[in-house]
Design a binder for this molecule. Sequence first.
Ligand SMILES: CC(C)(COP(=O)(O)OP(=O)(O)OC[C@H]1O[C@@H](n2cnc3c(N)ncnc32)[C@H](O)[C@@H]1OP(=O)(O)O)[C@@H](O)C(=O)NCCC(=O)NCCS
Length: 331
Amino acid sequence: MSTGTKIIAIDCEVAKNIITNDDLTKILDTSDEWISTRTGIKKRRVLSGDETSADLAIRAAKKVIKRANYKGDEFDMIIAASSAPEEIYPSVACRVQAEIGAKKAACFDVKAACAGFIYALSTAQAFIKSGLYKNILIVATDATTKFTDWEDRSVCVLFGDGAGSAIVRADENNDDIIGINLLSDGTCGDYITLTTQGKNCPLVEGIQNEVKPFIQMKGKDVYKFVMQEIPPKLEELMDTTNKKVEDIDYFIPHQSNQRMIDALAQRLEIEESKVISNIEHYGNMSAASIPVAIREAIDNKEMKLPAIAMLSAFGAGMTAGNAIIKLDENV
Ligand SMILES: CC(C)(COP(=O)(O)OP(=O)(O)OC[C@H]1O[C@@H](n2cnc3c(N)ncnc32)[C@H](O)[C@@H]1OP(=O)(O)O)[C@@H](O)C(=O)NCCC(=O)NCCS
């Protein structure tokens, strides 16, 4: 049997500033009624001043390290799921490494947008199974509100800023990752885009079409993609892991839109009481959504441990990742 992956602890950090739907009516032609009924979002957290998504990741990392009673130099790898960092390099993982003193860790970022946490978990599991790495810190962070056009009401109302963190460890006797499947479809790449642009060498032709570094989204196409592609992948995951819907204690989907969360749960016939949602308070925090939802649901006693949880995330790429995991009492 290959080495199992134990989930030691999960934690999170969200941006401090709270912006309500009513606040947004001061800068946009929108209403609390439109945003609430179409998305379920009431407020979101946004970064201010010089704070970055790496700062959030560092705080989330320090919290999970404290929770698990780890030391920075115990990690041999740090994986950051971060798709819109303020710095292209150094990586967010390297920024975290420097702050927690993880001298021995190999550090890199994975870019899978809102599905980033699941991609990072899957990458960590693969390194652990290979036997090459044993103690891995995952951070999932995005400050999407810095890359939204605050004049584009169909996009900017959806997002918030936060970070999640998790520690996973090689374990010969336990495997908390019951199954994971990943899906990518680059042919749908234009559904959600965020473009950065450099400047050409002055000796060659200059850039003709300057782009603004803002998220562009085809909301209806995203919605259709999720409803078409995600349920069969979740069913496939349950099949390959021999789990039935009744075996799943909690369904923790990416917090993108309450209507999507409800529709997915309905399609899979998952009872409402098993569905974890905090979108009302935070909006879509991209890669951070799932770990933040897990930490909060545990702290609020909405989730009772030990539990088997099914996670499902999807986002730009298009990318999607689903996982069935065990969460024990100490997470
Ligand atoms: C974004 C989303 C809520 C928009 O809902 P929708 O029903 O598709 O709405 P539409 O884009 O068709 O817009 C309907 C109308 O509302 C208007 N509208 C858009 N945003 C608005 C807002 N914030 N406030 C008020 N009106 C708004 C549009 O301008 C449009 O007006 P019109 O009919 O006069 O042209 C929905 O498509 C969605 O949730 N998609 C998934 C997006 C997502 O989750 N992305 C991240 C995945 S990781």
